[in-house]
Structure formats: C-alpha cells, structure tokens
Design a protein around this ligand. Sequence first.
Ligand code: GN1
Ligand code: MG
Length: 361
Amino acid sequence: MENLKEITSHFKLEGSVQNIAPLGTGLINDSYRVNTQEVHTPDYVLQRINHDIFTDVDMLQNNIIAVTSHIRKKLEEKKESDIGRKVLTYIPSLDGRYYYFDGNNYWRMMIFIPGAKTYEAVTPEFSYFAGLAFGDFQSMLSDIPVKLGETIPDFHNMEFRLFQLREAVKKDLAGRLKGVLYYVDEIEKRAQDMCLAEQLHREGKLPKRVCHCDTKVNNMMFDADGKVLCVIDLDTVMPSYIFSDYGDFLRTGANMGEEDDKDLDKVAFNMEIFKAFTRGYLQAAKVFLTPVETENLPYAAALFPYMQCVRFLTDYINGDIYYKIKYPDHNLVRTKAQFKLWQSVESRHKEMKEFIERCLD
Ligand code: GN1
Ligand code: MG
C-alpha cells in the first residue's frame, strides 16, 4: 500500500490519498481504487499495465487518449450532460505523459466514476442498452482523425490464433498435449470455416473499423437505471472487424454459465440476451454496416467462443504463461467451458439468422 501510494504521487491528482484497495476481475492488468480524503475531490483508479502483453506503452496510451478525446468531443457536440461519467478521464503524470514508469512497472491513473457499476452477468434489458452502447461506440469512432496503432498485432486474427495453437501443440512445453487431443482435433475440424473473416478481408469484402476488441460484459459501466454510461478497458481499441465487438459481448453476456464454469450443464447460449443485444446493436449500427457484416453476425457469435477456446487451450498447453489463473488447470476448465458455449451457439445459427433479418426489415 505504501508502495502504491508512492506511485500515485507521480500523477497530477487532486486531494490526498487515503486508501488504496484492489478493484475488478480483469485477467491482464491489475487495478486498484484510490480513495482521496477530501469530500470535493474525485477518487481514482490506479492500474498496473501488463507490460509483457502491451509492449508499447507509449502507443497504448496515445491510442487511449486519442479515443477518449474524440468521444468527449462527440458528446460535447451532442450537448450531452454529465460527460465526466460517459467517457473515461485519464490523469497525466508529473512529466505530462499519461503513464509513469517506476523502473519495473508501467502505471496509469483515471478518475473513478462514482455510482457506476460493472456486472459479470446482464439481463435482456441491460443487454439492449449494451448493444446500443457498442453500436454508438463504433459509430462515434468511425471518423477519428488519427490512425490508431495495433496495441496487440493480430489480436483477433483467427488464422494467427490457430497458428499459435499449432506452435504450442508442436512444442508441447508443459507435457499437457496428450490430455487435450480431443479438443485440438475438434478445433482443427472447423478451422477453415472459422477463418472466414480473414478470407473475406483478403478478398476486399470485409472492412476493418475502429473497434473495442474486448467487449466482455464486465468492461462496461452501467448507471443505476441500467443504461450504459461508458465503455472501459480501452487497451485493445484498434482497427478490427465489427465481429469482434458483437461476438465478444455475446460470448460473455449471453453465456448462461461462467466463462470458466466447471459445471458444463450450466453453459449454454441465452437467446433472450442474444435478441436484446442484437436489437440494440443493429439499431445503432445498421446505418454504417454493410450486408457482408450483417449477414455474418451469426458467424461472429460463434467465432468468439471458438477463438477464446483456442486461446485458453494454447495457454494451457504452453503452461499458463498468458492469463492469470486461480488454480492449476484453470485454463483447461476455461477451454472446456468455451468449447461447450461454442457448440451451443452453433446450434442456434438458423434462429439467429432469422432474427437478424427481422431486425433489418
Ligand atoms: C482478457 O483483461 P480482460 O480480462 O478484460 C483478454 C481478452 C480475453 C479475456 C478473456 C489483452 O481480457 O482478449 O477475451 O481476457 N485481453 C487481452 O476473459 O488479452
Ligand atoms: Mg476488463
């Protein structure tokens, strides 16, 4: 705590720091809530950036500042009220950059939004608002004047994720391959179909747009009335296919179980959440989406559990070097849960397609 307090002293904060406590459940960065003593000063969020994963912190923070400034400008133009709660406000360090390097770790700070909540699960009503919010997010960023860097190159490139799995299988560094051959085989059977996005892109039929790329349910702040205030966790905002934001929300929001549920009977695709989210998303995004994008939304819904299954399995085979884990076979449990979800989503393909067509009429 004393150490963390020292870190905060390198940022241009208002008020005096009273207490610092862990915050959130992210799998990559570490977050803390920083309370200040005075009544009129804001509280803050302090984050240790995972520098192994985000190797170019300068690019990362430049992206984030470009994105939040652009959104702030759009909200001001629309004469929105309460803008400080609808977009994140990052705090510069004493040397004017938006991060601080202590010799080992990179840190950043932002204002804590009071009264806002994150959830690990959502109702259909909340999902509708989430759909609107991500549609709006993509739409607001469609004319951002700067070119954003790829903070993690090939982040949602399915071909690349399969390449990483195949490398892991070849090396079998942790000697775990023999226990997971069934999953590797099942993944390989569908590999070509699941790389459709990359193929369409190469053929010039699918554009990249600025996307959030980590639209997990818990990366969104909700107000007391269920409306989405803002989208958080902006590290991966970069050019991608719109499938990223659509698919990853459904992967987390429309899963009736947990991302790492041990009880696979609980893991299934929730069509009510799917419908509500899709309705909201299309309402906000149909003005700019192309037919190739809307036709392939059911594919996007299946792609993300599939991709996440590949990523968790790769990390398991590699000996848990990427995701934070809570127990030894956590990544295998996650793999199985994402695999089950993927199958459940695929079984709903026709229903999803029909519903999307109705939304577009
Ligand atoms: C990571 O940081 P967090 O927990 O929001 C990951 C996502 C995965 C997700 C799986 C940079 O997100 O891509 O979908 O875990 N972020 C990164 O829960 O790899
Ligand atoms: Mg997160």
